[in-house]
Design a protein around this ligand. Structure first.
Ligand code: UD1
Ligand code: UDP
Length: 369
């Protein structure tokens, strides 16, 4: 695919951000806002890992993000095929742009592809949301985190736990405690009351009178037995309290493939939501039931008890603090915790003050002169 030349500001530093999946865009939004305040050229490379309107463009529009300079249109595929193609196309884009630094975000395949393309070409690499560990290497995200951390030059950590994880792996000298850029995005894009009322009204939901659920992790979707167990439990739970379910395309695909769509007839099923709309649904949920990484953390920040459909989490602080509980795919625990979970009276400010992106930029500026 021929790549056009991207115009950069003369005599300025050029940073290239590689993104591709929904959570990458939300983290990018924080950095894009901070970078726009400075004399820096910011080139955005979208791998095309996510491509549906509701999984990609809705975030660029909803957060008024600059249009990506490149969309590499890689799309879906098996792990190796998707990663290989993304790495190849990212490399071509990076060789064209010749940035001073590449930033990658989180733990998706786009993160690893951008990281490999930069590192293999000896372009300095910064990993935003570095140091997280679930210690479950069967998860694609854990492989991506560990690999990217070990090839990065700058490791920007959201929490003290992340700093400690990296220290144990011999990476302390490259690690910086910056706080979490997702807090920056939450502060910047807080949903207005009108949007909240209209969203809840349209879905027939009462404030603090419903459960919000998201399921998309491979561990839960790909096995018919496990997916069936989870959605049957959720459908039965929704007879006790309304459950709204913005459905990820991966999950929709497997529900169709396994003939399970009729098992969710009592849930309020929606398309994936835009960021502000989703924050609104999170804020007024009584409980959140999820397997998402980012949603566990947002639940904590918003003070909504979270029931996590996983055996492990990289956001261990949320569990230690008593606001998150891991239930796997256990029906009884799902019921008991969703209906009876008693959150602690207080929470701490674990993830920062909404200025992580500024700190990251200050570190980059100091070093990359
Ligand atoms: C990816 C990340 C995961 C992250 C999630 C965020 C990896 C290995 N996984 O998972 O860590 O939590 O994004 O949402 O990078 N699909 C569509 N339209 C789209 C995108 C995907 O229909 O716009 C469907 C396709 O059938 C595709 C499947 O979803 O095969 C999975 O997509 P993929 O990008 O491989 O992984 P996610 O499950 O989205
Ligand atoms: N999100 C969203 N719309 C949705 C579901 C999630 O905007 O319908 C946002 C959510 O607020 C969070 C991020 O997407 O910021 C989490 O992404 P996801 O759950 O897809 O991936 P993970 O965090 O598990 O990697």
């Amino acid at each position: 695919m021929p790549l056009k030349k991207v115009a950069v500001k003369p005599n300025t530093m050029t940073i290239a951000s590689v993104v591709g999946a929904r959570p990458n865009f939300i983290k990018l939004a924080a950095m894009a806002a901070a970078v726009s305040e400075e004399k820096i050229s910011h080139v955005i490379i979208h791998t095309g890992q996510h491509y549906d309107f509701e999984m990609s463009q809705v975030f660029f529009e909803g957060m008024a993000l600059p249009k990506p300079d490149y969309n590499l249109e890689v799309g879906s595929g098996t792990q190796g095929a998707q990663l290989g193609e993304m790495t190849k196309r990212c490399e071509a884009a990076l060789l064209k742009v010749k940035p001073h630094l590449v930033l990658v975000y989180g733990d998706t395949n786009s993160t690893l592809a951008g990281g490999l393309a930069a590192s293999k070409n000896n372009i300095p690499l910064g990993h935003i949301e570095a140091g997280l560990r679930s210690f479950d290497m069967r998860m694609q995200e854990e492989k991506n985190r560990v690999l990217v951390d070990h090839i990065s030059d700058y490791l920007f950590c959201p929490t003290q736990t992340a700093m400690e994880n990296l220290k144990r792996e011999g990476l302390a000298t490259k690690s910086y405690m910056t706080g979490d850029v997702m807090v920056d995005s939450m502060v910047k894009f807080s949903p207005p009351q009108k949007l909240i009322d209209s969203k809840l009204g349209k879905l027939g939901l009462k404030k603090k009178g419903y459960v919000l659920t998201t399921i998309h992790r491979a561990e839960n979707t790909d096995s018919i037995e496990r997916l069936s167990r989870i959605i049957t439990a959720l459908n039965d739970l929704s007879k006790e309290i309304p459950i709204v379910f913005p459905m990820h395309p991966r999950t929709e695909g497997f529900l169709k493939k396994y003939g399970l769509l009729d098992k969710i007839s009592n849930l309020v099923v929606t398309k994936p939501q835009g960021y502000l709309e989703f924050l609104a649904l999170e804020k007024y949920a009584k409980r959140i039931v999820t397997d998402s990484g980012g949603v566990q953390k947002e639940a904590y920040i918003l003070g909504v008890p979270c029931i996590t459909l996983r055996e492990s989490t990289e956001w261990v602080e949320t569990v230690k603090d008593g606001w998150n509980v891991l239930v796997g795919a256990d029906r009884k625990k799902m019921f008991d915790q969703t209906l009876g979970f008693k959150p602690p009276k207080t929470g701490s400010n674990l993830f920062g003050d909404g200025h992580a992106a500024e700190r990251i930029l200050a570190i980059i500026r100091k070093d990359t002169r």
